[in-house]
Design a protein around this ligand. Structure first.
Ligand code: PHB
Length: 359
């Protein structure tokens, strides 16, 4: 297959991208401890992948409370901002671009990872199934503490400050993580949001926090440099929603006035998807670029772009194992296989040692 559409130039906000291949956000759990600080190895890893049209950083906690996994990086301390500068430098040295993904995990955490060993926070006191990845190994999720209404402004402030910090570090933009079962999605979806205040109940109320966050983040960056990631059909982290199409159509209508650069849609995740969601209808509603993600191969991505189902495609697993993914697709070269044993945590093995093509 000749990837004519994949290798055509594209506009993302005010940015001109050389092609349509995006590196998806990937949690790799290799920041320096203590302090969750990005390091030289992380800079090498991102630098190796700088031929992506745009790199979206791994999910990055906006505050100590936003952390849910051992070894993930943050963007709330001076040291972290300095650490990210090394990563950004490695990417910019090759004329590429990198957005930071802003992450608050909500209930997907554990008290051992939280400030003062407090309970993780969430819209409602409902525990996810399964276990948290802590420094003491895998531990059962606890029932989170429901946020008080008067605590919500502080959550919004955590996003605002993180957006400011990302700008200070020198990122090219930010992506608001409203997908995959983390805090914003916990508010959006009715399986996790049983609140009776202005942040729960109706769709209008459940969408409120995501819109408040989008407002402060675009105030810092301008809509052109902000994307948002959603997973309407996602069930990862014990998520559920009764009326996803109405919920997400309303969300998109309310997001449009912010003139965001892109909508990043996790169409399937870890094999889970749904046939009764109309992603094309969602795309039609949105006034910026549509970035598709979830199990795409080069061929599927080319088809999606050719059929006007997306404007960009973000690749996750393929990017773990193929630092030079655009070149390999362009040449029709063989792809390296990813090793799941080294996805989370560890050192250079399975991180920076996947080979690029020679020459
Ligand atoms: C994960 O660590 O498994 C993870 C993190 C962020 C996501 C999805 C999965 O959006």
């Amino acid at each position: 297959m000749s990837f004519t559409h994949l290798f055509s130039e594209g506009k993302l906000g005010d940015l001109d991208l050389p092609h349509r291949i995006i590196m998806a956000p990937l949690t790799r759990s290799r920041s320096s401890q203590p302090g969750d600080v990005p390091n030289d190895l992380n800079a090498e890893y991102y630098g190796q992948r700088a031929s992506a049209a745009l790199i979206i950083s791994e999910a990055t906690q906006i505050s100590p409370q936003g952390k849910g996994y051992a070894f993930t990086p943050g963007i709330h301390s001076k040291e972290q901002i300095e650490g990210w500068k090394k990563v950004i430098e490695a990417v910019h040295a090759q004329d590429s671009l990198i957005f930071l993904q802003l992450w608050h995990v909500g209930r997907v955490s554990h008290s051992s990872l939280q400030p003062d060993n407090g309970l993780p926070v969430a819209p409602s006191a409902i525990a996810p199934e399964g276990q948290a990845f802590t420094y003491e190994g895998m531990l059962d999720f606890e029932t989170p503490r429901a946020l008080e209404t008067n605590e919500i402004p502080d959550i919004v402030e955590q996003y605002r400050q993180a957006a400011v910090n990302a700008k200070q570090a020198g990122f090219d933009g930010v992506e608001i993580h409203a997908a995959n079962g983390y805090l914003l999605e916990q508010f959006l979806k009715d399986g996790t949001n049983h609140r009776t205040d202005i942040y729960g109940g109706s769709i209008e109320n459940r969408v409120r926090l995501t819109l408040e966050v989008t407002k402060v983040v675009t105030d810092v960056w301008g809509g052109d440099r902000v994307g948002i990631r959603i997973s309407p059909t996602g069930t990862f982290n014990t998520m559920s929603e009764s009326h996803p199409q109405s919920l997400y159509h309303y969300l998109i209508e309310q997001l449009n006035p912010f003139n965001l650069a892109y909508l990043h849609v996790v169409e399937s995740f870890a094999g889970s998807t749904s046939n009764d969601f109309d992603f094309t209808a969602l795309r039609k509603k949105f006034n910026g670029a549509y970035m598709a993600n979830g199990g795409y191969t080069g061929e599927l991505a080319e088809q999606s772009l050719a059929n006007d189902k997306s404007d960009f495609v973000a690749f996750g697993t393929l990017y773990i194992a193929n630092p030079d993914l655009p070149k390999r697709l362009h040449l029709g070269a063989q792809l390296n296989d990813a090793d799941p044993d080294t996805f989370y945590g560890g050192d250079a093995k399975g991180y920076t040692d996947y080979p690029s093509l020679a020459g």
